[in-house]
Write a protein that binds this ligand. Sequence first.
Ligand SMILES: CC(C)(COP(=O)(O)OP(=O)(O)OC[C@H]1O[C@@H](n2cnc3c(N)ncnc32)[C@H](O)[C@@H]1OP(=O)(O)O)[C@@H](O)C(=O)NCCC(=O)NCCS
Length: 338
Amino acid sequence: MSATAARPAGNPAPTAWSRIIGTGSCLPERVVSNDELAAEMAQRGVETSDSWIVERTGIRQRHLAERGVTSSQLGTEAARRALQDAGIEAADLDLIVVATSTPDFVFPSTACLIQANLGASKAAAFDVQAVCTGFIYALTIADSFVRIGRARNALVIGAEVFSRILDWNDRSTCVLFGDGAGAVVLQASAEPGVMAAKLHADGSQTKILCAAGNVAYGEVIGDPFLRMEGQAVFKQAVTVLDRVAHEVVEEAGVTLADVDWLVPHQANVRIINATAKRLGVPAERVVSTVDLHANTSAASVPLALDAARRDGRIKRGDTVMLQGVGGGFTWGAVLARM
Ligand SMILES: CC(C)(COP(=O)(O)OP(=O)(O)OC[C@H]1O[C@@H](n2cnc3c(N)ncnc32)[C@H](O)[C@@H]1OP(=O)(O)O)[C@@H](O)C(=O)NCCC(=O)NCCS
């Protein structure tokens, strides 16, 4: 078949770009400060303190979902706000991609539950699982659908209830995470848009961050709680976030000096600051919400993006670098003009 063969009838026409036209987020109402968490943990004989958590991570509080609140519920609300911000209806959506490692069920996907909640009957819907890089993976996939013309309007959501998979007696992990959801609406556009994207994985490093258990034959097999080698994750994160930032600016044909805002995964303020320093991005150009949200895994980047758009820092036309890193091991970045 020749490379110039005619596009078969009915095949969608490619568009040049996809652009983020709306953002939204949703956090559970219950806010738990470090002091409150330390007091709760003390009752179980587990010692921690506000000063330890703040000094090592920058986290001051987290939002925790009440029993029965699910990723699909948080994701639906974030999606409604993103659709309202974008000025389009759920019925206009062609695609819903949800990044989550804490889905409501094994199946159906959380994306299908959200599709039903929204009444987005025209949209294809599926989940992506790349842990804390999940939103970057989902956004890159949705961008590809829009670019090749398979979707005109796409909803990309990161939604998590990580509080469900934490061992609340393991102080080295349970103080680090929170619950929440963030969403963006992507639309086909004649101008950029998502300028570049790069995804990576190294499955040989699974053990440094995992929840390696499951349900089989009616029993829990393995260890279903999140486990982490904190220092190994820290070192790996700083290295790969630096590298992938260079990859996306190179792919986009711009330089790091052209990046107006760095919106990194919100795991730890020391990782965020070290990455920004290595990249030469000044602190006032880095969006950090880890103090308020803690690490919400796949929800962290869209939550931070939405916060900075709504408070007026990120404006139309700004160039934004979104970065993710996490279990798998996975990492990636998207460079986008807003
Ligand atoms: C988890 C992390 C904050 C731990 O900080 P650290 O400086 O590496 O601390 P260590 O693990 O060496 O532990 C130091 C001491 O603090 C203790 N400690 C661990 N958690 C504690 C807590 N919540 N409160 C009080 N003390 C704690 C440890 O038991 C250890 O005590 P010891 O010296 O008596 O053995 C840090 O490694 C980190 O941020 N890693 C990256 C994590 C991350 O971002 N993961 C998500 C990526 S998607």
